[in-house]
Write a protein of this length. Sequence first.
Lengths: 448, 472
Amino acid sequence: MTSRAEIQDLKGLAERLVRLGKSYGVDEIEVGIGDGSEFGVDVRMGEVENLVEAGSRALGLRVIKDGKTAFAGSSDLSEETLDRLVRNAVRRAELASRDAFAGLPELPSRRVDPGPLDLFDPAVPALEAKRKIGLAHETERIGLADKRITNSHGASFSSHQGWTVLANSKGFLGEYAKTYCSLSLGLQAGETDDLVEDFWFSSQIHLADLESPETVARTAIARTVRQLKPRKIGTQRVPVVFEPLVTSGIAGFLSSCVSGMAIYQRASFLAGRLGERIGNEKVTVIDDGLLPRRLGTSPFDSEGVPAQRTIVVGEGILNNYLCNTYSARKLGLTSTGNADGGGVSPNNFYLEAGPHPPEEIIRSCPKGLFLIRTLGHGLNPVSGDISRGAFGLWIEGGEIAYPVSEITISGNLGDVLKNIEMVGNDLEFRGSINGPTVKVAEMQISGL
Amino acid sequence: MMIPFEDHFHLSPDDLGRVLEAALSLGGDFSEAFLEYRVYSSIHMEEDLIKETSESISLGLGIRVWSGEKTGYAFTNDLAPEKTRNAALSAAAIASGSAIVPAAKLKAATSPLRVYPVEAAPYRADLADKIGLVREAYAACQAFAPAIKKVTAALQDQVQYLTIANSEGRLVSDARPLVKLSCVAIAEGKSGREYGYSGGGGRVGLEYFAATLTPAEIGRKAAAEAVQLLDARDAPAGEMPVVLAPGHAGVFIHEAVGHLLEADFTRKKTSIFWNKMGVRVGSPLVTIYDDPTIPGFRGSYAIDDEGTVPQKTPLIEKGVIVGLLQDKLSARIMGRATTGHGRRQDYTDFPIPRMANTFIDAGQDDPADIIRSVRKGFYAEQFTGGQVEDSGKFTFSVSAGFLIEEGRLTAPVKQATLIGSNVDVLKDVDRVGTDLAFGMPTGTCGKEGQDVPVTDGCPTIKIAKMTVGGRE
């Protein structure tokens, strides 16, 4: 584990490189350093399969000279290498084009105190390796004890603790520490040529928030065996209910479509639509970098802009794009604190919960597909088109009737947002992108 | 015609020997050191501007220890003696006892394969010349049609210097180049906005863009796809005959067959193919190889990431499973020999069995005849990728294609994901063309969080029926 003194060293290194860049004549320079250690164990069929333990550091920097930008990065933090990288970057910047929008953000007037965000759990680095291995063993053991389970992809426990340090020539200097832990299990059920599989996971900042081996294993079992003996259904248009993980996937697709980078590049079907209605009034989508103890939370982004809560879609109206400093300047907006390297990524991005228990949503469908898993690519941000392999449970008379597979689901994100009829009350924060159960009035299913 | 190896590690064979010994000190029975120094650079152009350039360096050591079938792994990016020793001891902890096997004395070996046709390391080329290539692709794309509203073009190149040493006494190095020039076009028309992508490269030098595929061709192809899609209608929905265009349709075989013949899924019995060695699983027209030794291809290498010289490996011969893609661990557990398919993304990962360049061999049918034989179906031309699970259910996504009506390609259609079960679809391959071609040389395959460059290939083939996930 990195000590306080070592973090001071890393801050010192970042500041030294900022000064070095200035001495080579850059107008602006930004230096970010990540320092972390990780642990991972995979247990399969009752035996430890892999055990990984390591620490690593990486540094990234950006220089701007005469409105021209160059980036550099290294995992070799020797003085000689870093000096060469800074010199090269200054030289390369001269060959780039002048861009009036390039540059660092102004020094923020507001700072987010990392303390209340509660992003570092000392219990994570303190947990003994033996105990971590034990959690994975316990999870797999419960999974394999179920008679219907025929094979295991293994159970894994992994953890990470790391520091992020950022300094720039506008005078920004900040750091924060963050922990991460996760427990997961993948299972198979069924006969030789009729296999079904699924997994379950829990990932959190705090060990105390992690689901127990029992919960992870029971959920993985239930998710796997409910798919046994699937049928293939006919090609048709029906109402589709998304399970929360599927909603999260669609929310992730939406997050790429509201990225300021995609917007100014016109690589999104939502370009030029700020202020317009893009969904019905049941749809509210938030990006919130300030939620305590959540995976997508941090006090500042990769440019040092403080985290904030952004209403992306408010009751169906597209209110905000997610921007870093560059895309914000291009679009005449302000940064939303979503810079990530040279691009944009969401913090905690989620579809807000609605009033309906998930059972009530299923019951509302005389006929429909309960979509539990998708397979493949087939998401096109430029057009908003969706076409993916699908696994689900068929709904008849408001009840789950039987599993279906080897079908695809297709539609357009714009239509999906307009046709969301019911939103579930079951929003959970399992990753940095989340959503509850939702019902879409109608989508195209391809089958027989 | 190779990049000379450069030693950025400054560790003598004796130093490495000490690391391998420390890794075995708790009773492991095999240890390995994987040293990597990677220089990566990129140029990005959009809105008529060279927006930015970047350079990055990745340096690290990964140490692997086996204790029976268990793997211990540790890595560090500090090569100071006490840090490498600590990493070795972390990896050693997979065993718990005292040393039982000594590390053999290291003997330097070299690969006989010459698979990198490169005149000079691309990162040593003049930056202004490289910017010229990006500008050329960009300009050709933009000039293709007035409908093209936005273009981005990028050049990425890297050289990966490796030294691998193991307790069996093997010591071997490699210097792998990798280059990619790619272009994205956004076209706008009455019907909305569409996207086209094209790219070129491989384990080649910049001379590739003069001799094999010019930047202008790459730019025009990206633009042509975007423009074609503006007029395209929605893909059909339902089960129908599908004809795959030669080349990148190899992603079909990558997903339907390749992954499930990676040996780790067989020894774990999670692959639907695990008990089907020697069994007919497909039409006799289907013969599939994986060949990491094709010069210049993205998936090629002179040694794999365990130091093994790779072999062209038959996977399916006339519909019968005949081979697996093996790495050292799976080979050891299964009592086989490795085929040189142990690959890893970088020093932070331990190797697992992976594909390299996977293809369906050419057949007997005239491609034009294959299309003529279909009364009503779907012609899949451009692909964006695919996915498979161990049960054999797989998808691949088509970005552009055509309807086939009465034996002719008619209306262009856009995005559709196709889904099937490999044991059914392989049997349904009923025509295989003579026109084997390899797909766009920009492909990347992800498995267990590790990305590696790959190539896929296939001739024109027909699948009697598959579910097409369109909207009409």
